[in-house]
Ligand binder design. Structure first.
Ligand code: 5AD
Ligand code: SF4
Length: 449
């Protein structure tokens, strides 16, 4: 055996952005493992560095460009290190040029040709030339069939659909991920059956808008509530099922019933509201009003006692007035969210909102953003305090210095200690919550179930 043949090349993947990207990175890892690469400890040690990028806001792009500047510097000392950049950013007009200008990129690919990554890498290795291949659309070749390498053995995402047809006026997703297309129910079920039999306990059905599942490009004959029901009742069934993300305009009474009726469907919904002002919601092309959203919250809370509701909010959308912002603050107080991701509006070229009048000055947006946080965080903490002295069931996913971490059924992040001989890792453990902090809960675990 020569020295070369025992030397295995290593890779390190950094993911920017959402759960969809995180799952795409697992697919890239699957391809690389299949080619005989193995994971490196970190970016410095890796022969191949992969950035799976996000472009939803300008700061996500700036982080990628900043990191690439640093990698360019590292590459001077390590000329054999390869850098691949893929995901959403290369799909944006002009972004490929900006990425190339960093001088650090050896392989460029997009969201639609993820499955071609192995070939592109090989081409780069064989020719020594920069390789760039970005498709404009999926060409009927989505990547659901790829063999993802899932680092977390207990919790997995499964794509049920790709792309988005909603065209919210601020959002680049329909452009960079293409038109909405659903996977066939039988393919989704087969993938989930494999995961469950491999010991995965907690499965998240992934789509930009899962509530419109099953309609495009052709009807699958199964809508989202039916799919969720089918999956929840498989034999053996997943211990826990989640889904992400729900668009309020398509959240149906049937879905609410399905969550209520299946014990293994987690009592949590991520329901981005974006704004509390019906006027702004119309400008955003969200297709619901503040009142419509609030009646969904009421219906969810009535049908599913204890359900956790989390949301996304954008501050400083073009034309947002002080009154519109006050409406958002009011909605936050009425809805009493269990968690909220808050974003400063970021102007994205090619979107309708980028052309709208009344772009909000940065200092005003920043000041509103701070006021929003001041309103949201105490509510989230209060919601957490409601869990104190209760027992939540937590899937223990990680351990560090004797402290275990995992998610409860209601999606709360819980850190806990656990007595007993047997490690709780990979098990769903009853944990008594002792103290709530704003972004996590602390507790004491009982014996693993
Ligand atoms: N600026 C700020 N936030 C945005 N989001 C999407 N596009 C933008 C933008 N241009 C937010 C939305 C969405 C979340 C994933 O990102 O709140 O729900
Ligand atoms: Fe973007 Fe709206 Fe689609 Fe979500 S629903 S991905 S915010 S266009």
């Amino acid at each position: 055996m020569t020295a070369e043949s025992i030397y295995q090349k290593t890779y390190f993947i950094t993911t920017f952005g959402c759960q969809m990207n995180a799952h795409d990175s697992e697919k890239l890892a699957g391809i690389l493992n299949g080619m005989g690469y193995r994971p490196a400890e970190d970016e410095h040690a890796a022969d191949l560095v992969v950035y799976n990028t996000c472009c939803i806001r300008e700061n996500a792009e700036n982080r990628v460009l900043g990191n690439l500047g640093y990698l360019k510097h590292i590459k001077k000392k390590h000329p054999n290190k390869l850098v691949a950049v893929g995901g959403c950013m290369p799909q944006q007009d002009g972004a490929a040029k900006r990425l190339a200008a960093t001088g650090a990129v050896d392989i460029l690919f997009g969201t639609f040709n993820l499955h071609r990554f192995g070939e592109l890498l090989e081409r780069r290795v064989v020719t020594g030339e920069t390789v760039s291949e970005v498709w404009e659309k999926p060409n009927g070749l989505d990547d659901g069939y790829m063999n993802a390498f899932r680092e977390n053995p207990y919790r997995s995402g499964v794509n049920i659909m790709y792309g988005c047809d909603n065209f919210c006026s601020y959002c680049v997703v329909p452009k960079v991920r293409g038109r909405e297309r659903s996977r066939r129910p039988e393919d989704i079920i087969a993938e989930i059956e494999t995961l469950v039999s491999g010991g995965v306990k907690d499965i998240t059905l992934l789509g930009q808008n899962v509530n419109s599942y099953g309609q495009k490009p052709e009807p699958t004959g199964v809508d989202f509530p039916s799919l969720l029901n089918l999956v929840a009742r498989l034999e053996p069934a997943p211990k826990r099922l989640r889904f992400m993300t729900s668009h309020p305009k398509d959240l149906s009474p049937a879905l609410i019933r399905t969550i209520a009726e299946n014990d293994n469907v987690c009592k949590h919904i991520h329901l981005p509201v974006q704004s509390g002002s019906s006027r702004v919601l119309e400008l955003m092309n969200r297709k619901y009003t503040r009142e419509g959203y609030m009646s969904l919250i009421t219906a969810l809370r009535e049908a599913i006692p204890g359900i956790a509701i989390t949301t996304d909010i954008i501050i400083g959308f073009p034309g947002e007035t002080e009154e519109d912002f006050a409406d958002t603050l009011r909605l936050v107080r009425e809805a009493r969210f269990n968690g909220a991701f808050t974003f400063l509006y970021s102007k994205r070229s090619g979107t309708k909102a980028a052309e709208m009048p009344g772009q909000v000055p940065k200092d005003i947006a920043n000041e509103r953003f701070q006021r929003l946080l001041d309103a949201v965080n105490p509510i989230v903490l209060e919601r957490g305090k409601e869990q104190e002295n209760r027992t939540l069931h937590v899937l223990a996913e990680k351990e560090e210095d004797g402290v275990f971490t995992g998610r409860a059924d209601n999606n709360a992040l819980v850190h806990f200690k656990c007595g007993g001989q047997e490690s709780p890792l990979g098990k769903i453990v009853p944990v008594k919550i002792t103290q709530a902090k704003t972004f996590f809960l602390l507790g004491e675990g009982e014996a693993a179930q």
